[in-house]
Design a protein around this ligand. Structure first.
Ligand code: COA
Ligand code: AMP
Length: 643
């Protein structure tokens, strides 16, 4: 069936469509219902079904002739280590670690927090939880102790798993002190902490609480998988919302397995036995879906790469990995290629490697900007596919479905809604807009399998955040348009979320933190366009009257505050003290005006502005702090001294 007909069928008759697709995976007990709406108004896929996600990812393949196939290549450019695990070896390691967790009292429904770098033990931990029906929550290593503590208190884990350190380029970042600080802050710390020791850093262990990974593994009895309900949670993944409280996106077992299996062929056009590589991090949704679960459920070989696109050791790192492991489909964020392009604009290093196995390049995490798309199409002779999704959906919403029917690509568009998603554009009042007109991108309910059924312990929050703005629709909080040919263009968030180097962050949370400083009266944090990272946060700060402070010192303090509380990943480097903020006559801060002032020579002064003279003041402040278009201004002598 052609894409158009299949898509229409999937949204007109989702029960029929997904009843067929559910047979893509092995059920221990078939679902009683394909889709039901529960009493609490939530949609549930495959209710009554029983399965085990770890079984699907590992044991199923061992039992069906893939035991000797490589399941996972570990390539650490950071430590110059390479290792491979066959499906059998990975299954055995996971079963053993599941035994470790079981011996610590972890069972079905218990939460386990994983705060780890890109080492195979992170994947083993995730799969071991899935094996026991425990619910993992992976926290990205770039988050500070406070962020980890917030997640601990929301998830209330029985066990936390960590490693002694992560490695950023060549810098060793000890993780254990961060974990210890988080546990000191948390109100509901776990009883046990399992530490995977790495030779690059030693971890200080707390007797009675901290346990050594190797010692536990040595003594462990393997644990078998346990059947879980399709609607049981597989994991919680916290993501940035508009406030300091992250949203605990829940992923169920059944819908997730079916959707990922379906996406591997339909979107990524990859076959069992082939090598799939997502250069992301297990701390993000891309890592969950397309480093771990998707490729393994599909019987592929996945690559776990611990390194960066550049300087580990050079801008040829990605080409090397593709060549070395025979990668067929590669997925990363555009920011990674902008970093490569900056260091190797003519892609000389690409010619050093035979990357003829590569059939398709996929990009997501932020919009694939047309200049990066053009560069990639010149460097590569395979399709370059932008596709759009969110932590909440867990798999692509809009993509060119490469395994179904590839289309002509339009630069700047992520192409078409994937079967299962009915994507529409509505104005702020909820009325459909004409093709080509920008509005709120929404998805008609029910969301397809794999998407979040709710938020962890917060069904009301789920409804308020996503379902209340446009009744009958899921509000993606992305803005954009659909053109007359049906191509979807995603142009940016409509809320206080920004995308920094493919990482999703909340400016609202940064504002809350800065606003908590004793000297600060009010502030605005905005995402300024950045050539490398897509966006970077910049804070404009107004001081309380009568404050006698050393302004440069305060600006530095505020930068440190964000780094300490959220983490280095926030990439918050500029806090600028100003006399006042641009506001409307009704007192609303004009954040969009600040964003535009930073990157545009001329802007039209908004008619609602309270006092137009403030435009010049803000522009001067942005110039003095070399923000946006002023970033490359020559340094004054004073500045140069400080560097
Ligand atoms: N553990 C600890 N610290 C981390 C971290 C981790 N896992 N990940 C990032 N950080 C730190 C970095 O070291 C850096 O710290 P610094 O301010 O002390 O230098 C800070 O967080 C910001 O990191 P990042 O935004 O990644 O910038 P970078 O300059 O280190 O690297 C890129 C820039 C473009 C090379 C890098 O961001 C990249 O490869 N991005 C790909 C994005 C991606 O994979 N997205 C996932 C969605 S597909
Ligand atoms: P995350 O939940 O971290 O995956 O971030 C999701 C957000 O990233 C989306 O809401 C978008 O704002 C942005 N995003 C992801 N992929 C794309 C894309 N292909 N095009 C445009 N924006 C994207």
């Amino acid at each position: 069936m052609r894409y158009k007909d299949l898509h229409a069928l999937s949204v007109d008759n989702p029960r029929f469509f997904w009843r067929q697709k559910m047979n893509l995976i092995r059920w221990f007990k078939e679902p009683d219902n394909v889709l039901v709406e529960d009493g609490d108004g939530l949609f549930r896929w495959f209710k009554g079904g029983e399965l085990n996600t770890c079984y699907l990812a590992l044991d199923y393949h061992v039992d069906h002739g893939r035991g000797r196939q490589v399941a996972l290549y570990y390539d650490s450019a950071a430590t110059h280590t390479k290792r491979r695990y066959t499906y059998r070896e990975l299954r055995d390691e996971v079963a053993k670690f599941a035994g470790v967790l079981r011996a610590q009292g972890v069972g079905k429904g218990d939460r386990v927090i994983i705060y780890m770098p890109m080492v195979p033990e992170a994947v083993i931990s995730m799969l071991a939880c899935a094996r026991l029906g425990a619910v993992h929550s992976v926290v990205f290593g770039g988050f500070a102790p406070h962020e980890l503590a917030v997640r601990i208190d929301d998830a209330r884990p029985k066990v936390l798993i960590t490693a002694s350190c992560g490695i950023e380029f060549t810098r060793v970042i000890p993780y254990k002190p961060l974990v210890d600080a988080a546990l000191d802050e948390a109100r509901f710390p776990p009883e046990k902490v399992i530490v995977f020791p790495r030779p690059q850093a030693e971890a200080a262990m707390t007797g009675g609480r901290d346990l050594d990974w190797h010692e536990l593994m040595h003594a462990a009895e393997p644990a078998d998988w346990v059947p879980v309900a399709a609607t049981d949670p597989l994991y919680i993944l916290y993501t940035s919302g508009t406030t300091g409280k992250p949203k605990g996106v829940v992923r169920d077992n059944g819908g997730h397995a079916v959707a990922l299996k379906y996406s591997m062929k339909t979107v990524y056009n990859i076959n069992p036995g082939e090598v799939f590589w997502a250069a992301s991090d297990v701390g993000w949704v891309v890592g969950h879906s397309y480093i771990v679960y998707g490729p393994l459920i599909h019987g592929c070989t996945t690559v776990l790469y611990e390194g960066k696109p550049v300087r580990t050791p050079d801008a040829g790192a990605f080409w090397r990995v593709i060549a070395e492991y025979g990668v067929s489909a590669f997925f990363t964020a555009p920011t990674a290629f902008r970093a490569i392009k900056k260091e190797d604009p003519d892609a000389h290093l690409r010619r050093k490697y035979d990357i003829s196995t590569l059939r398709t390049l996929f990009l997501a995490g932020e919009r694939l900007d047309p200049p990066t798309y053009e560069w990639l199409t010149q460097v590569l002779d395979v399709p370059v596919v932008d596709h759009w999704w969110q932590t909440e959906t867990g798999w692509p919403i809009v993509a060119d479905p490469m395994g179904l029917e590839p289309h002509r690509i339009k630069a700047g568009s992520a192409s078409f809604p994937v079967p299962g998603y009915k994507v529409e554009v509505l104005d702020d009042e909820g009325a459909p807009v004409e093709p080509g007109r920008t509005g709120n991108i929404v998805i008609k309910l029910p969301l397809p399998p794999g998407c979040l059924p709710t938020l962890w312990n917060d069904t009301e929050g789920f409804k308020t955040s996503y379902l209340s703005a446009f009744p009958g629709y899921y509000n993606t909080a992305d803005g954009g348009y659909i053109d007359e040919d049906g191509y979807v263009f995603i142009m940016g968030r409509t809320d206080d979320v920004i995308n920094v180097a493919g990482h999703r962050l909340s400016t609202g949370e940064m504002e809350e933190l800065i606003g908590s400083h004793a000297a600060v009266a009010e502030c605005a944090v905005v995402g300024i366009d950045d050539q490398l990272k897509g966006q970077v946060p910049v804070g404009l700060v107004v001081l309380k009257d009568g404050m006698d402070v050393d302004v440069p010192a305060l600006e530095k303090d505020l930068v440190q505050l964000i780094r300490r509380e959220i983490g280095a990943v926030a990439a918050f480097r500029k806090a600028i003290v100003v006399a006042r903020l641009p506001k409307t006559r009704s007192g609303k801060i004009l954040r969009k005006t600040i964003r535009r002032l930073a990157v545009e020579e001329q802007i039209v002064t908004p008619p609602t502005i309270d006092d137009p003279s403030i435009i010049a003041e803000i522009r001067t402040a942005l110039r003095e702090h070399r923000v946006g278009q002023y970033a490359d201004l020559p340094l004054s002598e004073d500045d140069a001294e400080g560097i």
